[in-house]
Design a protein around this ligand. Structure first.
Ligand code: GLV
Length: 328
């Protein structure tokens, strides 16, 4: 008796080497055209799947598991963050969830520093001025920004990406402080020369606050109006994690009132919508969720997701499960 091949549903186009790997273990279905699926579309395409390769655009909960039917064994999100997935409920239905930690650390840290330079040195603002052919000439006090050397880079969440961003900031001559649920290992603190501070002290002393914690119920709107008011007036905020770790409305107000000096944002609460108040401001740099967007990194992310699927479908342990064990 021959078994039907595994059905692997991939919600968005992923790098070809990853598709090739998936095709070695099953039949790959990739909905066309390549765009974010509505919940109804997702529920339709997942029917009969043994594995689902998804992205942060897909809302994954038990309805997806039910729509897939009893064969579904693994959901591999091509992302490190998984706030779009109800992991407890899904793993409770014996479906393993995997993500892609590690492979996007450097790319995301690079973009964080890109935003830092762009906002402190007014690169976006300057670029707009040149492109719009507004009048300018060199002068000694023209478009002055803020220097970084000797300033404090405050990391919220010293995980892999937070550490990689801090390493880069240190290379720019910045002092490192951090806050989080727990203290980092001694050797991590020693490598970065990092000081642990409670959240309120970090907000009150850092010249740059860079968000690297995952979005959870505890971190939703962590940077609200009160937190912004607690920051130094000349400070900058960077967000490359999830928009909802900040409160976008409060941030637009704080930036326009000069409560803080500027912000660099790669993520937004309701992507692709951006709070209209932010769009009018020159002291904020806005990028469209590009943290991991390099050819190399997106290929590695897709490959890791594919390897997770291949492992689970061939009875091997997943490489990077979000939780180590499903209920069964
Ligand atoms: C991107 O935002 C990710 O979580 O990988």
């Amino acid at each position: 008796m021959t078994h039907a091949p595994h059905r692997i549903v991939v919600t968005r186009r992923i790098a070809e080497p990853a598709l090739a790997l998936l095709r070695e273990v099953g039949q790959v279905d990739l909905p066309q055209p390549d765009r974010g699926l509505t919940e109804a579309e997702l529920h339709e395409v997942v029917a009969g799947a043994d594995a689902l390769v998804s992205t942060l655009q897909d809302r994954i909960d038990t309805r997806v598991v039910e729509a897939a039917g009893p064969g579904l064994r693994v959901i591999a999100t091509v992302a490190v963050g998984y706030d779009n997935i109800d992991v407890d409920a899904v793993t409770g239905r014996d479906v393993l969830v995997t993500n892609t930690p590690g492979v996007l650390t450097d790319a995301t840290a690079d973009l964080t520093l890109g935003l830092l330079l762009a906002v402190t040195r007014r690169i976006g603002e300057g670029e707009r001025l040149v492109r719009e052919q507004r009048p300018w000439e060199f002068s000694l006090d023209f478009m002055l920004g803020a220097g970084l050397q000797g300033r404090t880079f405050g990391v919220v969440g010293l995980g892999q990406i937070g550490r990689a961003a801090a390493r880069r900031a240190k290379a720019f001559g910045m002092e490192i402080a951090y806050t989080g649920r727990r203290r980092a290992a001694e050797e991590v603190e020693a490598e970065l020369g990092a000081r642990f501070l409670p959240m309120t002290e970090l907000l009150g002393s850092a010249d740059v606050v860079s968000l690297h914690c995952p979005l959870t119920p505890q971190t939703r709107h962590l940077i609200d109006a009160d937190a912004l008011a607690a920051m130094k007036p000349g400070a900058f905020l960077l967000n490359t994690t999830r928009g909802a770790v900040g409160d976008e409305g409060a941030l637009a107000g704080a930036l326009s009132d000069g409560v803080i000096a500027g912000a660099g944002l790669d993520v937004f609460e309701e992507e692709p919508h951006v709070h209209p108040g932010l769009l009018e401001l020159d002291n904020v740099v806005l990028t469209p969720h590009l943290g991991s967007a390099t050819v190399e990194t997106r290929t590695e992310m897709a490959l890791l997701a594919a390897r997770n699927v291949a492992a689970v479908l061939t009875g091997e342990p997943a490489l990077t499960p979000v939780r180590t064990k499903v209920a069964s």
